[in-house]
Design a protein around this ligand. Structure first.
Ligand SMILES: C[S@@+](CC[C@H](N)C(=O)[O-])C[C@H]1O[C@@H](n2cnc3c(N)ncnc32)[C@H](O)[C@@H]1O
Length: 219
C-alpha cells in the first residue's frame, strides 16, 4: 500500500472517535443521509431486512445501527463484526451483546485470515467511499472478503458516489470538502464503475441509485 493511502486511511479513521460515534446515528444516518445524500437511511435498513442472514458477517460496522435495528431471519443469528477501528468494534460489541458477536479487527484492504466457517451474508454498508483508491482498485475488498462467503451467499451494501448519480448542491459541497480533508475518497467513484467492479467479482449483481448512494447486492 502506498504511503498516501495509509495516510488517508488514518485520516478517515480519526473521524470514528467516541464523541463522533455518540452523534453518528442521528447526525450522519439521520440528517445527512436524508438531506445531503438524498437517500434516507430506511433504504439501507431495508437492504439488511432483505439480505442479512442468520449467519452474517458485517464489515465496516460504525455504531452498529443497522445491525441493531434490522430483522434477522432467526432470533439467535451467528454474527461477526469486522472493522479496522477498535472504537467502532467496542461500541458495537456492547450494543449488539445480545447476539454475542465475534469481533475481528482487520483492514479490508489487506488479505484477511479469520480462521472461521463461512457466512451466508456479508454486509458492507457505507464502507467503500471511506477507502483510498478508485472503484476498480477498491474491488480488492470483494476479493478479500468473498472467500468467506458460502456458496449461494450474498454480499450487500451501499456507498456514496460522485458520478452518474443525482447530487444536490449540498452533497457536491460535502463531497469536495470531505475528499479534500481525506475523510472520504470517492471523487472518482461513479455508478458505472461500481457496476463494473461488482460484475468483475460476482456472477450476479445489481445496483440501485438513490440520491448519490449506490445500494448493491451481489452473489
Ligand atoms: C461510514 S462508516 C459506516 C458504518 C456503518 N456500516 C453504517 O453504515 O452506519 C465506515 C466504517 O468502515 C470502517 N472502515 C474504514 N476503513 C476501513 C478499513 N480499511 N478496514 C476496515 N474497516 C474500515 C470504519 O472504521 C467505520 O466503522
Amino acid at each position: 500500500m502506498q504511503d498516501s493511502d495509509i495516510k488517508r486511511i488514518k485520516t478517515a479513521q480519526s473521524l470514528y472517535n467516541k464523541p463522533v460515534l455518540a452523534v453518528y446515528d442521528w447526525l450522519l444516518l439521520g440528517l445527512h443521509c436524508r438531506f445531503v445524500w438524498g437517500c434516507p437511511s430506511h433504504h439501507m435498513l431495508e437492504l439488511y431486512n432483505r439480505h442479512a442472514s442468520a449467519n452474517h458477517l458485517d464489515v465496516g460496522v460504525g455504531t452498529g445501527y443497522f445491525l441493531d435495528h434490522c430483522k434477522f431471519p432467526d432470533t439467535n443469528p451467528r454474527l461477526a463484526l469486522m472493522d479496522l477501528n477498535n472504537n467502532c468494534l467496542e461500541a458495537c460489541k456492547k450494543r449488539l451483546a445480545r447476539y454475542e458477536p465475534a469481533i475481528y479487527q482487520r483492514n479490508v484492504l489487506d488479505p484477511i485470515d479469520i480462521n472461521a466457517p463461512g457466512f451466508d451474508s456479508i454486509g458492507m454498508m457505507n464502507l467503500l467511499h471511506c477507502l483510498p483508491g478508485n472503484m476498480k482498485s477498491k474491488g480488492i475488498v470483494f476479493s478479500n472478503l468473498k472467500v468467506f462467503l458460502k456458496p449461494g451467499g450474498v454480499v450487500f451494501g451501499s456507498t456514496f458516489l460522485y458520478g452518474g448519480v443525482h447530487r444536490n448542491p449540498l452533497a457536491t459541497l460535502t463531497l469536495h470538502l470531505t475528499n479534500r480533508f481525506g475523510f472520504m475518497t470517492n471523487m472518482e467513484d461513479d455508478l458505472e464503475g461500481l457496476k463494473a467492479t461488482l460484475a468483475q467479482h460476482f456472477a450476479h449483481s445489481s445496483v440501485q441509485a438513490i440520491g448519490c448512494v449506490g445500494l448493491f447486492v451481489a452473489s
